[in-house]
Write a protein that binds this ligand. Structure first.
Ligand SMILES: [Cu+2]
Length: 327
C-alpha cells in the first residue's frame, strides 16, 4: 500500500461534503441542458419552418409583444436561477465554514516548487511528524503523503514560501480545491469517510515540474492512524526492518532534492544528475551549490530554478556527505 500509481480521483467520493458538491453540479448541468434545449430546438425548427422557399415576404407580420410569453420567460429562468443559487450557496457554505479547532486535527501544509510538505501537531511523546511528498520518477508516484483517520474533521492550514509562486491543493475524490499562496494562509477542511488512497494535484500552473507536483491523502482506520501518530515512524507503511536512512539521505528526501535531481542514475530531471558528483567537485562546491545555487550554474541549466536552501551548517554538511557517497 506504500506506493500506488492508480489512486482514486473523481471516480470516487470520499469526503462528507462530496455528495453535496456533486448534487449542485448535476443540478446545474441538467438545468443548463433543459434551458439550452428550449432555445436550440425551436431555433432549428423555426429556421426550417420559415425557410425562404416556404414563406413569402407578404405573409410575414411583426408581433410587437406577447405579455403571457414575456412573463413566462422572465419568471421561469429567474426561479431556476434561484434554485441553482440555493444549492451552489449552501454547498459552498459547507465547504467554507471551518469546524471548531477543538474537534479537528489542524495540519500545516506547505506547497512549493515542486513538493508538498505536511506538519502535524506534536503527539503525546512530543514528536512532530513532518512529511515531504515529492514525486519520484523511479516509482512513478509519491512515497509518502498526508495520513488522516476516517471520520475525523481535518483542517488544512496552507501556505507557500514568500519567494515561491501560487499553487492549489486539489483533491478530486473529496471535491475540494483551494489556492496556496506565498506569504498568506488559506484554509480548507474535510472529513474523509472512506478508507483508501486519494490523489492530490497542484491545480495552479507553477512552472517546469507542475505536472509532477503531486501528493496523496491516505485515509486510515482510526486505530491504525493513532498507532502511527503516537510513533515516530515517517509513514505508517514504512518497513520497520529496513535499515534506517542516513541523516544525509533523510535530509535529501525531506528537502525535496529528489524531485529535481536523480542521484543513482544519470537521468536529468529538472536539475543535473548528482550521480558521481563527489568525484567531479569538492565539498566547498557542493556546499555552495546548496546555499547559493545561482553562483555556479552548470552548462545547459538556468539560474533561478533551484531555490537557495537556508539550512543549518550541520545539515548542509550531512547533505554534502550524502552526495559524495553517491557513486
Ligand atoms: Cu504547484
Amino acid at each position: 500500500m506504500d506506493v500506488n500509481n492508480t489512486l482514486s480521483g473523481f471516480n470516487s467520493m470520499a469526503a462528507t461534503f462530496a455528495a453535496d458538491v456533486d448534487h449542485a453540479f448535476w443540478l446545474n448541468f441538467w438545468i443548463s441542458i433543459v434551458l439550452g434545449m428550449t432555445v436550440i430546438i425551436p431555433m432549428f425548427y423555426f429556421a426550417w419552418k420559415y425557410r425562404e422557399s416556404n414563406v413569402k415576404n407578404e405573409d410575414i407580420s411583426n408581433n410587437s409583444h406577447n405579455t403571457p410569453l414575456e412573463i413566462a420567460w422572465t419568471l421561469i429562468p429567474t426561479a431556476l436561477m434561484m434554485v441553482l443559487f440555493y444549492y451552489g450557496y449552501t454547498s459552498m457554505k459547507t465547504l467554507r465554514t471551518m469546524p471548531a479547532a477543538s474537534e479537528s486535527i489542524t495540519i500545516k501544509v506547505e506547497g512549493s516548487k515542486w513538493k508538498w510538505k505536511y506538519e502535524y501537531p506534536a503527539n503525546k511523546a512530543g514528536h512532530v511528524h513532518k512529511i515531504t511528498s515529492v514525486y519520484d520518477k523511479k516509482i512513478g508516484g509519491v512515497k509518502r503523503g498526508l495520513y488522516v483517520p476516517k471520520g475525523q474533521k481535518v483542517i488544512l492550514e496552507m501556505t507557500s514560501p514568500i519567494n515561491d509562486v501560487i499553487h492549489a491543493y486539489f483533491v478530486p475524490a473529496f471535491r475540494m480545491k483551494e489556492d496556496v499562496i506565498p506569504g498568506r494562509t488559506t484554509k480548507q477542511w474535510f472529513e474523509a469517510d472512506k478508507v483508501g488512497e486519494y490523489d492530490v494535484e497542484c491545480a495552479e500552473y507553477c512552472g517546469t515540474a507542475h505536472s509532477y507536483m503531486y501528493s496523496k491523502i491516505v485515509v486510515m482506520e482510526r486505530a491504525d492512524y493513532d498507532k502511527w501518530f503516537e510513533s515516530s515512524a515517517k509513514s505508517p507503511f514504512e518497513d520497520a526492518s529496513a535499515p534506517a536512512l542516513s541523516k544525509g539521505q533523510s535530509l535529501y528526501e525531506d528537502n525535496g532534492c529528489a524531485g529535481c535531481h536523480s542521484i543513482d542514475t544519470d537521468a536529468i530531471l529538472v536539475g543535473p544528475s548528482l550521480k558521481g558528483i563527489g568525484a567531479k567537485h569538492d565539498a566547498a562546491y557542493l556546499k555552495d551549490a546548496i546555499l547559493t545555487p545561482d553562483k555556479v550554474v552548470p552548462e545547459g541549466f538556468y539560474p533561478g530554478v533551484m531555490p537557495p536552501f537556508a539550512l543549518p551548517e550541520a545539515d548542509v554538511a550531512e547533505l554534502v556527505k550524502y552526495m559524495q557517497s553517491a557513486k
